[in-house]
Design a binder for this molecule. Sequence first.
Ligand SMILES: Cc1cc2nc3c(=O)[nH]c(=O)nc-3n(C[C@H](O)[C@H](O)[C@H](O)COP(=O)(O)OP(=O)(O)OC[C@H]3O[C@@H](n4cnc5c(N)ncnc54)[C@H](O)[C@@H]3O)c2cc1C
Length: 448
Amino acid sequence: MRRPIDTASGAHRIVIVGGGAGGLELATQLGNTLGRRGKAEITLIDKKRTHVWKPKLHEIAAGSMDISVHEVPYMAQAHWHHFRYRVGEMNGLDRDRREVHVAPYIDDEGQQVTPQRAIGYDTLVMAVGSLSNDFGTPGVSENAMRLETATDAERFHNRLVSAFGRANSQVAPLRPEQLAVAIIGAGATGVELAAELHRTTREVVAFGLDRVDADKDIKIIVIEAAARVLPALPERLSTATEELLRELGVVVHTNAKVSEVRPGAVQLVDGGTVPAELVVWAAGVKAPDFLREIGGLETNHINQLVVGPTLQTSRDENIFAIGDCAACAWPEANGGKGGNVPPRAQAAHQQASHMIGQIKKRLAGKPLRGYRYRDFGSLVSLGEYSTVGNMMGGLVGGSLMIEGWFARLMYLSLYKMHELALHGFVKVTLETLARLIVRRTEPHVKLH
Ligand SMILES: Cc1cc2nc3c(=O)[nH]c(=O)nc-3n(C[C@H](O)[C@H](O)[C@H](O)COP(=O)(O)OP(=O)(O)OC[C@H]3O[C@@H](n4cnc5c(N)ncnc54)[C@H](O)[C@@H]3O)c2cc1C
């Protein structure tokens, strides 16, 4: 007889929706402990089949990272770490029945793989992350690309390589928008993409595109509505970053609000126009629309689920939220500015670690602990040119600007922490060594 789908084995059912920076770490760690010993039944639901750590997306887009080396297939991860993986997009919640609704999963060829399903839980952890926010700007959906998933990043990369191919084989002079990339939003994503693109586009040209002059023909333009790049970070960091971008020849427009994205051009509110063949929307943050008041839960103006200090949602103690989709207060007493914990990988990582303890306490019937965000600072990778950032906290007694190799090391350590949580020390060490060896023998840039 076939095993029934999603029936309870009697163990406490923990369902995690979203296998990103926070959710996959949580599922893996819970699987390694509670799942392995049969103390709980852990299920991870994700609408994708593989995980890629989002701060790496700009490297995929620029072509400097081989996705196959860094992506984690959920099915294999689940098998190795004692949790279950269910593919599909959550599209509803029944809090009375304690069920998550999951849409049918349709594969790349349009074939249905799984039907609409309901998956039962005793504890639900929402970790569905966030998306960029176009604030309803006309033309963004039709004419700009986003960097929210590995598919987006690969699509951008393919279009970039095609644009080079076209320009190289063209007899007529280049049109003003040709080989111009406009990046809207000069937060970490936009700035990192600009620097990474600067390097990789030169490498692409060096691979035999003899009719493209990298310095003359390629234009990278960053457009930011605020008065400076990296507006959320200290001013010193913005100044250093902007100087470096300008030295590279990246055109930076600050105080420039976009009113519309048209095919081949970005229209600014002040009447200016920026011609661009490729436009990337990398501004704003909001949680996915399906979360808005889902199941009667409290959400804020950007669809985040409102949680208390224990990370439990304000209206249902059986439902927790972590990472970018959670509105978790960051009080001034804890070093915050009176707002919420910022949507960053380090917050998702910390909250996932905190949740492991919370769930164990919950199973033991013990009171839960309050979460306290620790800001270790922010780091921005400007490709191989530099890394800038600030370190926070008691260790340095406030905010200290860092730059260069030390900042690079700190930046890399954030990803290493994520990899360690997913794969453990031995595997990460061996894989890192293997990558270093391969990197020395292969070109840095991907061309397909
Ligand atoms: C290009 C880019 C660069 C960044 N760089 C940095 C950086 O340098 N430093 C930093 O700290 N932060 C950075 N961030 C932010 C960081 O990636 C996020 O803060 C972090 O990934 C949030 O983790 P999360 O677990 O909340 O969500 P995510 O990592 O976004 O994961 C969400 C998961 O939920 C799944 N999902 C979404 N909706 C559904 C649904 N309805 N049903 C099922 N599954 C669903 C998604 O497939 C995904 O796997 C960057 C983000 C981007 C996009």
